[in-house]
Design a binder for this molecule. Structure first.
Ligand code: OGA
Ligand code: MN
Length: 293
């Protein structure tokens, strides 16, 4: 069956049919999906009962696999998964939900804030792929916001004001918003802030979008409170219901999204239940701004 993509939210979210991710995709299928993600920034696949290595194989069809080290505070010896995927579960090495005040759990709560993945790297990974192995039936939805539609809806004055602004992103900024302010010297090196444009142009479509994330701590050259107040206004604007799609997980759903034009967040759920999702990503091509000297 050839791949078809049905609009769930026109020009923003598509549902893919005719794709079995347990086997390698042909070049033509990969091309069709990439064309699909340039039209709809979020692609939803159902009934994909895959393992970690099949997820990696699917991911690398689109480009190099993004390095998953340094995306959280889990020491290597404490990793639950030994495969090259990122663990987006609420579980410890014993496969039981982590204690409430566990540092890894508290750090992972950052996913509840609107963000885009890997913006804390100088070259942001372009696509994220999230596979739902065990999902919860209540809460735990993942929400996506269309940063291109949000940019298009800005008034001309705001567009002109923000056109050339540069922001600083770091995992320390997003976590400090949750009250997590202590980082080891090694983490401070890994999480050193990087710079990105606030308005970015998509390398494939040439369309502009807002580049926002909880990881942003300030705007270069601005007083921090003024920067944060503007960023808060823009995040409020960009996450109005007309720009947001809510995904309610079914077991074996897989979502692929373009970090270059979306934000996302996970909603609250009962963390005594198991939620086990696995994340991989495709490396990006270029920085959006020069880094500080
Ligand atoms: C991610 C992420 C949200 C979720 O994997 O990047 O933000 O629903 N996940 O777990
Ligand atoms: Mn994320």
């Amino acid at each position: 069956m050839p791949i078809s993509i049905r609009d769930l939210h026109p020009e923003f979210v598509g549902e893919v049919e005719g794709c079995d991710l347990r086997r390698p995709l042909s070049r033509e299928e990969t091309r069709r999906l990439e064309e699909g993600i340039h039209r709809s920034a979020v692609l939803v696949f159902h009934d994909q009962d895959i393992d970690d290595l099949q997820q990696v194989a699917f991911t690398t069809g689109f480009g190099p696999l993004e390095n998953q080290r340094g995306v959280d505070v889990t020491p290597v010896e404490d990793l639950r998964l030994k495969t090259p995927v990122s663990d987006v579960s609420n579980l410890g090495q014993d496969n039981k939900p982590l204690p409430r005040d566990h540092r890894i759990r508290m750090f992972n709560l950052g996913n509840r804030l609107w963000h885009t993945d890997y913006s804390y790297r100088a070259i942001q990974a372009k696509y994220s792929i999230l596979s739902g192995r065990v999902v919860v039936t209540e809460g735990g939805n993942t929400e996506f916001a269309d940063m291109r539609a949000a940019y298009d809806a800005l008034d001309a004055g705001t567009r002109a004001e923000i056109e050339d602004l540069i922001c600083e992103h770091s995992l320390m900024y997003s976590r400090s918003k949750l009250g997590l302010t202590e980082f080891t010297p090694e983490e401070q090196v890994t999480f050193k802030p990087v710079r990105h444009r606030l308005v970015r142009t998509h390398p494939a479509t040439g369309r502009k979008s807002l580049f926002l994330a909880a990881h942003i701590g300030t705007i270069v050259g601005w007083p921090v409170p003024e920067a944060r107040a503007l960023l808060q206004d823009l995040i409020e604007h960009a996450t109005q219901p007309q720009f947001v799609h809510v995904h309610r997980w079914r077991p074996h759903d897989l979502i692929m999204w373009d970090n270059q034009r979306t934000m996302h967040r996970v909603r609250r759920f009962d963390e005594t239940r198991v939620r086990d999702l696995r994340h991989t990503a495709v490396s990006g091509d270029a920085p959006t701004a020069p880094q500080a000297a």
